[in-house]
Write a protein that binds this ligand. Structure first.
Ligand code: ZN
Ligand code: ZN
Length: 345
């Protein structure tokens, strides 16, 4: 089969490798759509511990496809069904896993990160992931690509649940990339009255406005603009959807009284120390939180919301390419071109 494997920093190769063998507790998936994510770009640019010329890895953790084969002991899944696969799975028996957070397990693994993922014609779904329910059947009314977007969408949904956007909230999303736009889609769903989106790129703001017409783009001085538009009250929720230290620092001054701040985008290693004016937190009674990844419950919720048309993610897909063009596509994603880029197989 054809697969795109990372051999180390800047070295991804599309090559012919053996189709993975499955044992009696595993499932073989025929991949149909797999998205390139910022994480893949980071692995490509910086390399990743454990991935080297002796241990190349098939990247890709946002994918969907058709079940091709199931092991003898598998029940609940049959060949031929259309499914989406959540990438993170845990040991299955620790308190964290039993608490419903297999993605946070101390022994958690992820398809496309620690084991081979979706940038290939086939991917083996390991027994633990099968047993934990990482494979979810999808309706015929959505495409494989839409289904694959449940992964990034549910990361965003996790943040939404944590900060609890309520009807009437004024929300500011900083960063108008695909993740920032997903935050605005969910804020619309939650009933936010005003959704501001801020970015340095006017092109991205325009894209955001096209996709989510109710958003209010802010290109220039964000604090002044917010004061003007909210009669000085600022916003109830600030979400940072860009991995920039200065944005996190700025977030405190943009939240209004009783505001909630969500640090969604993580910062690069060694750059995560930020200075913060604790008086902003004290005198405005701010709540600050962060989230990462998603639980399987959140993943499945998001698949349902996509299927029901509550969250329309289709228009976030701005390019579709075959597997052998993956290097060019990664370069385009790294350069911030378009929104979500899918590899179709
Ligand atoms: Zn991702
Ligand atoms: Zn565990």
């Amino acid at each position: 089969m054809k697969a795109a494997r990372l051999y180390g920093q800047g070295d991804i190769r599309v090559e012919e490798i053996e189709i993975p063998e499955i044992n009696e507790d595993e499932v073989l998936l025929k991949v149909k759509a797999a998205f390139i994510c910022g994480t893949d770009v980071r692995f490509f640019k910086n390399g990743k511990t454990g991935i080297n010329s002796n241990n190349p890895r098939v990247l890709g953790h946002e994918f969907a496809g058709i079940i091709d084969k199931v092991g003898n002991r598998i029940s609940g899944y049959t060949p031929g069904i259309r499914v989406a696969v959540a990438p993170n799975y845990g040991c299955g028996v620790c308190d964290i896993c039993i608490g419903g957070n297999t993605q946070m397990c101390h022994r958690a693994r992820a398809l496309g990160v620690n084991v081979d993922g979706g940038f290939a014609e086939f991917v083996k779904i390991p027994a633990q992931a099968v047993l934990q329910g990482n494979i979810t059947p999808i309706g015929n009314n959505i495409s494989f690509a839409e289904a694959a977007l449940a992964e990034p969408l549910s990361c965003v949904y996790n943040a939404y649940e944590r900060i609890g956007i309520k009807p009437g909230d004024k929300v500011l999303v900083i960063g108008a990339g695909p993740i920032g736009i997903m935050h605005t889609l969910i804020a619309v769903m939650a009933g936010a009255s005003h959704i501001f989106i801020n970015d340095l790129s006017r092109e991205r703001l325009e894209l955001a406005k096209n996709l989510v017409p109710s958003v209010i783009p802010i290109a220039g001085k964000v604090r002044e603009e917010l004061e003007k538009q909210t009669a000085g009250k600022l916003v109830d929720v600030v979400i940072t959807a860009a991995s920039v230290t200065a944005i996190q620092e700025m977030a405190f001054s943009l939240a209004g009284l009783n505001g909630r701040i969500m640090f969604f985008g993580g910062l690069p290693k060694g750059k995560s120390m930020v200075s913060l004016d604790t008086n902003e937190i004290h005198y405005k009674q701010l709540t600050i939180s962060g989230t990462t990844m998603q639980s399987l419950r959140q993943y499945r919720n998001c698949l349902r919301l996509i299927e029901e048309g509550t969250l329309k993610v289709k228009d976030l897909i701005t390019s579709s390419s075959p597997l052998n063009e993956i290097s060019e596509v990664i370069a385009n994603v790294a350069a911030g071109k378009g929104l979500k880029s899918v590899i179709t197989i």
